[in-house]
Design a protein around this ligand. Structure first.
Ligand SMILES: [Zn+2]
Length: 327
């Protein structure tokens, strides 16, 4: 007998009830924000090859999808648009009748309580696929800001509840805040993609959103994955410019960064479980290497445990269903 073995953490793992009692982190369907890809037209619900289980949706179908996920307890969505037209300046992003603006109106009519956030960026609307206006082969930061602000304003005018700039230009939160305030939308919050790392995990999304750059990559504006402290600089800048919610993206491979931001400030924090993270779980499940439900829920729990308040995830509807079955 070992007399000195006093601490026995296993005492508190002995039954399902005791484990549940001691859980510090609990996932809820309302933690999730569900991304939708909206396209022109009506009656369109087309599976996205690169993102298993996700669809390109016209405004009317997006409204139906929003109603379905709201019924599951997912109370926020974020819209990405695929326009009919692209040009060097991404002008179609601010079209009041563009796919995002149309989807906002349809969703708010069908499900008024749904929190409708919109991604603001130029890459889905520019013919070159970069997130800003080009000067030769480089993205011109300051020339891009008014275009982003105009796109954001068009979303607010269509009825969006929250504006989410993802472009990573310096000063864009301030530019958007200032135009929104000037035009009577001082009540609309900004969820800033404050900490967005460049990398390989966005592959499936670029196919889904038709936003792959035609040349080069995004490393001159998105962050270098080897820099940790820069995350806090970006967060502080966005807060100073008027961000209401800050975000870390991707989520799973960057849990240390989520924790850093959580400890650094008291702002609400979102984390984006990106397409590559989703694809890895789905592929592993399909190959019989991992249980899909257990793997997905563990990945989401870990993001919340790291400190995220909001998890943007393609798993949202499925995870909401699973959580309901468990409870
Ligand atoms: Zn972009």
């Amino acid at each position: 007998m070992s007399a000195e073995l006093v601490a026995r953490p296993r005492r508190l793992r002995s039954s399902s009830a005791i484990r549940e009692m001691l859980r510090e982190v609990v996932l809820r369907p309302s933690d999730f924000m569900y991304p939708l890809f909206v396209v022109p037209g009506s009656g369109v619900k087309k599976p996205i090859d690169a993102l298993e289980g996700q669809f390109h949706l016209s405004a009317d179908e997006a409204a139906k999808m929003a109603a379905d996920v709201f019924a599951l307890g997912v109370k926020s969505i974020i819209l990405f648009g695929l326009p009919a037209e692209k040009d060097p300046a991404g002008a179609s992003g601010a079209d009041p009748h563009g796919p995002v603006q149309s989807a906002i109106r349809a969703i708010k009519k069908a499900v008024p309580e749904m929190v409708v956030a919109t991604d603001v960026c130029l890459c889905e609307y520019t013919d070159h696929g970069h997130c800003g206006i080009l000067d030769g082969q480089t993205v011109d930061n300051d020339a891009t800001l008014p275009h982003l602000a105009r796109q954001a304003l068009s979303h607010a005018q269509a009825g969006a509840d929250m504006i989410a700039p993802s472009d990573m230009m310096d000063g864009r939160v301030g530019a958007i805040r200032s135009l929104l305030d000037q035009e009577g939308f001082s009540h609309i919050p900004i969820m800033a993609y404050s900490v967005k790392y460049a990398g390989a995990f966005y592959g499936p999304f670029r196919d889904a959103a038709g936003s792959a750059p035609q040349f080069g990559d995004r490393r001159s504006y998105q962050m270098d994955p080897a820099r940790r402290r820069e995350a806090l600089i970006e967060v502080d800048l966005d807060i100073a410019e008027g961000a209401d919610i800050v975000m870390v993206k991707p989520a799973g491979p960057y849990l240390d960064i989520i924790r850093d931001v959580r400890e650094h400030c008291d702002m609400p924090l979102a984390a984006y479980q990106v397409s590559g993270e989703y694809a890895m779980i789905m592929a592993a499940a399909r190959a019989g290497l991992m249980d899909e439900k257990a793997g997905a829920l563990e990945s989401l729990l870990s993001i919340k445990r790291a400190g995220a308040d909001i998890i943007i995830t393609y798993m949202a509807p499925k995870a909401a269903k699973w959580l309901r079955e468990c409870s």
